[in-house]
Design a protein. Structure first.
Length: 311
């Protein structure tokens, strides 16, 4: 019997999907790909294969999950299997450099970003931001890894030369211009089946916690849009969100064969949109969804069921 196969390395982020698949009585099987073997002489089973490998897998002691999954995805596509979020999606998931290149290709504004390998090189390129605030982040990130705000090159130097410096898992540190926004929030647009589903407003006043399903608090000075003390929901779905940027996002996803994603942007002081992240292992916030009556994992489960039925 054909099934939906879920390729992942974190059950906490996948249980929400399997519960919806159970609700819809859809057959599925989980492939936990933190390690394993791959016999190249065998053919994969029939079905639909959905990749949920995360850029932050190494933080859960699954260092080589993305590398192993890349081989599995290529094997699946070689045998003509239908793959949701295939090799190209995983390439972008683990590299912000590739994300920004693709965003720029489709005329989507991104913050000025320079990639550097080596501590001396990080400090050297930071001179281009001298006199301005800037941030650092990891190229292969997730969960806000390596995100720090600096107001001077001297501050960065103290950090880089200290024991607190976080070495990126791929060795690549990004130095990026700081986008000052009028209010302390970012916007995350969710896509299922390559189509816009909803946008969620994420409060960043207490830090840049990006993951809706797994609070990823950054205990440093970084907050991309200032500070705010008023209590309010951290995640809030925006009713009837619409903007021309959505068409560009959808085109990018189609051209890169990405079916499921969350894309994040921030407004600057004059209302311009700067996009800074494409998350192909997207999650959803249950409180915000319950309030809005929209459910990302249910929508995703229905989409996977439709793909399976078409076979």
């Amino acid at each position: 019997m054909k099934k939906i196969y879920i390729l992942h390395e974190n059950s906490d982020w996948t249980d929400h999907l399997t519960k919806r698949l159970d609700e819809l009585n859809l057959p599925y099987e989980e492939w936990f790909l933190d390690k394993g073997t791959l016999n190249l002489l065998e053919e994969p089973p029939e079905g639909v294969f959905y990749n949920r490998i995360s850029a932050s897998s190494h933080t859960r002691d699954h260092r080589y999950a993305p590398e192993y999954t890349t081989q599995v995805l290529e094997w699946l596509e070689y045998h003509g299997r239908e793959v949701i979020n295939g090799p190209r999606a995983l390439q972008l998931e683990v590299s912000k450099v590739l994300q920004y290149l693709q965003l720029n290709k489709y005329s989507v504004k991104t913050p000025k970003t320079i990639a550097a390998v080596g501590k001396d090189e990080i400090l050297e390129v930071a001179e281009e931001f001298s006199g301005k605030s800037f941030i650092t982040k990891h190229n292969r990130a997730g969960k806000g890894l390596g995100v720090q705000l600096f107001k001077s090159v001297e501050g960065l130097k103290s950090y880089v030369e200290s024991d607190a410096f976080e070495e990126p898992v791929d060795g690549i540190t990004l130095i990026q211009e700081y986008i000052e926004a009028p209010e302390s929030y970012i916007t995350r647009c969710e896509f299922v089946g390559g189509k816009f589903y909803y946008a969620v407003r994420v409060d960043t006043s207490e830090g840049f916690e990006l993951c809706p399903a797994d609070a990823c608090r950054i205990d440093d000075a970084f907050c991309p849009v200032g500070e705010e003390v008023e209590e309010k929901p951290k995640f809030e779905i925006i009713e009837n969100f619409s903007d021309p940027i959505l068409e560009k996002y959808e085109t990018l996803l189609v051209e890169n064969n990405i079916q499921v994603a969350g894309i994040e942007f921030i407004y600057n002081q004059v209302g311009e949109i700067f996009t800074y992240d494409i998350n192909t292992n997207t999650n959803y916030n249950s409180d915000a969804e319950a309030k809005a009556g929209k459910f990302g994992m249910l929508q995703l489960a229905k989409y996977l069921g439709e793909q399976l039925n078409e076979q």
